[in-house]
Design a protein around this ligand. Structure first.
Ligand SMILES: Cc1cc2nc3c(=O)[nH]c(=O)nc-3n(C[C@H](O)[C@H](O)[C@H](O)COP(=O)(O)OP(=O)(O)OC[C@H]3O[C@@H](n4cnc5c(N)ncnc54)[C@H](O)[C@@H]3O)c2cc1C
Ligand code: SF4
Length: 522
């Protein structure tokens, strides 16, 4: 009789080589890493995103094997006959005489629920584990987050800095301040272009993976590049981190919110990346840990002896130990209800040009074109360009979620949904953020050079060539005045609206109505 096996499941976003599982080797333990139809098709993913996940899983399987572990890496060809993950696991349990099933807690509700349901019916021993990736353990989240409560990032972030002793001097933040936003967030100007570093790109051949994806009729969006530019193993993830620390950190905060469409006109291809780390895929697949990223960046800040300012490192650390851990807490304390929230009752359809970038609005054209080309847009493009447009045109948050979940290389629901449905669409009524991130063309003009070459005029609100975002913004604010007027940050906005003559208000609302009826053709 075959000896009994312990089967350990490694999901595509659990590629954490430092997990305690891997400290010892047992021939009786079989690690299973499987490409699954259900994962490649639960939403319509970007072609590069599925390829990157499959490539990284394959590399991880190879690395485990080389380290002496017993590994079963299954491709779509081998798993296609199974309806879903539970069906595959049940078959493997039989085939390998499994008496003990171990898995790491899935970060997505959908998968965690599926595994919980599946394991409830099992008679063999089952042990779930922490993923050992985040600063906060799964079991600790409930101490920090409560369902429905309007938590605030700033409060959480300070607690995290204190608890993990990150850039602290005793109980005080390094430099005496928690936040240096005032010194950051500048527009990027032509004189700054020459210093922008070329992004570090990889070139991993995923031809076979791409053929497999097509062979199995997986629907994808976006442009495919079979020389994949994203990191697919720990070594490349560390190289990308090192590159970021050496060349980008120095201006990370300064140009964190900047957007440009003019840099690539110089014959280069760097405006999509600017000073961003592009580490989100490596982080979210757990090829590197947030602690490794934060510690490495701080070490670079210290060794730079003043070249990297405190404002830059603080701005970066805030994203990782602040926002990233924060949205995870919000997600887990509010799921599954969070996925249904729609407090603004938004129900319009996402325009078709979100899938081909064919719009006359330059800002949206560039943000979407870049997303289709690289499966990447930086935070402000996601929040203040595409996100803002969907917010002020009342697009159904389910459609918005689906688009974001599909298109970005780093999109996994635990981080995508609070950012999209919460921060950008305010569909959660303010659980993630204290205000709706609604903006007119004025903001885009302040932070980018998109407007100067746009068919529309950013300084106009009415008339055929007026920037659509202007009338749509006022319409949105006027419509939700009751909900937003209590927020002191909106006091000026509503005062300005009230100051407008009634005729002007009506002309603006009429232009907005026209635009809302013609969203697919603007
Ligand atoms: C509508 C919307 C949807 C988003 N969807 C995702 C998503 O699916 N997956 C995802 O990882 N991030 C998402 N973000 C957050 C953020 O935009 C991306 O993490 C970031 O753009 C990734 O690029 P980067 O690695 O170059 O980040 P950098 O600008 O270099 O920032 C460094 C790291 O900080 C973390 N980070 C920064 N901002 C956030 C944030 N708001 N929430 C969580 N982590 C953050 C990321 O891990 C990122 O890699 C979304 C933001 C918005 C507004
Ligand atoms: S004018 Fe309006 S639509 Fe055009 S790029 Fe500027 S903000 Fe966008």
């Amino acid at each position: 009789m075959k000896s009994a096996t312990r089967l350990r499941l490694v999901l595509g976003d659990q590629l954490n080589a430092s997990h305690s599982w891997f400290r010892e080797k047992h021939q009786g333990t079989l690690y299973v890493i499987a490409e699954l139809h259900q994962e490649a098709s639960y939403t319509k993913h970007h072609a590069q995103k599925i390829s990157a996940f499959f490539a990284a899983m394959s590399q991880f399987a190879d690395a485990l094997e080389q380290a002496g572990h017993r590994v079963l890496h299954l491709t779509l060809d081998e798993t296609a006959q199974y309806q879903d993950l539970p069906a595959l696991l049940a078959a493997l349990f039989q085939r390998h005489n499994v008496d003990h099933f171990e898995y790491q807690l899935a970060d997505e509700y959908r998968l965690r629920h599926q595994l919980e349901n599946f394991t409830q019916g099992l008679t063999i021993k089952v042990t779930p584990y922490e993923t050992e990736h985040f600063y906060l353990k799964d079991a600790e989240l409930a101490h920090y987050f409560q369902q429905g409560k309007k938590h605030r990032l700033e409060h959480f972030y300070r607690k995290m800095r204190l608890r993990f002793n990150v850039m602290m001097e005793g109980d005080e933040p390094l430099g005496g301040q928690w936040n240096f936003d005032q010194q950051n967030r500048q527009k990027i100007k032509p004189k700054d272009f020459v210093a922008v570093p070329e992004p570090l790109l990889f070139s991993h051949d995923v031809t076979l993976i791409w053929e497999r994806i097509q062979r199995h009729n997986i629907n994808t969006i976006g442009e495919m590049n079979t020389a994949l530019l994203w990191p697919v193993n720990r070594k490349q993830s560390l190289l990308l981190l090192d590159y970021f620390c050496r060349f980008c950190l120095v201006r990370f905060g300064q140009f964190q919110d900047a957007m440009t469409a003019k840099l690539d006109a110089l014959g280069e291809s760097k405006q999509w990346a600017l000073y961003h780390s592009r580490l989100s895929f490596a982080l979210n697949t757990k090829m590197i840990s947030p602690q490794c990223v934060v510690d490495t960046a701080i070490a670079q800040y210290v060794s730079s002896e003043g070249e990297i300012s405190l404002a830059q490192i603080e701005g970066f650390v805030r994203q990782i130990i602040g926002w990233r851990e924060f949205v995870r807490g919000v997600y887990w304390s509010n799921m599954p209800e969070y996925g249904q929230l729609n407090v603004l009752n938004a129900d319009n359809l996402l325009p078709d040009w979100f899938w081909n970038a064919k719009t006359n609005m330059n800002c949206l054209h560039y943000a979407i074109k870049q997303s289709l080309q690289y499966a990447y847009a930086h935070h402000i493009q996601r929040l203040m360009v595409t996100g803002n447009f969907c917010l002020i045109t009342a697009i159904d948050p389910k459609q918005v979620d689906d688009w974001y979940l599909g298109i970005y290389i780093d999109a996994i629901e635990w981080v995508e949904m609070p950012n999209t449905r919460g921060m950008s669409q305010f569909a959660d009524g303010g659980i993630v953020g204290s205000k709706a991130y609604a903006a007119s063309g004025n903001y885009i003009n302040k932070m980018s050079d998109y407007c100067s070459d746009c068919k529309y005029s950013v300084s106009k609100t009415i008339g055929d060539n007026a920037c659509p975002l202007n009338a749509l913004y006022w319409n949105f604010m006027a419509k939700h005045q009751q909900l937003f007027s209590n927020n002191p940050r909106n006091k000026m906005v509503f005062a300005n609206w009230q100051k407008k003559p009634i005729d002007d208000q009506q002309a603006i609302l009429k232009r907005a109505e026209y635009l809302l009826n013609n969203l697919h053709n603007i």
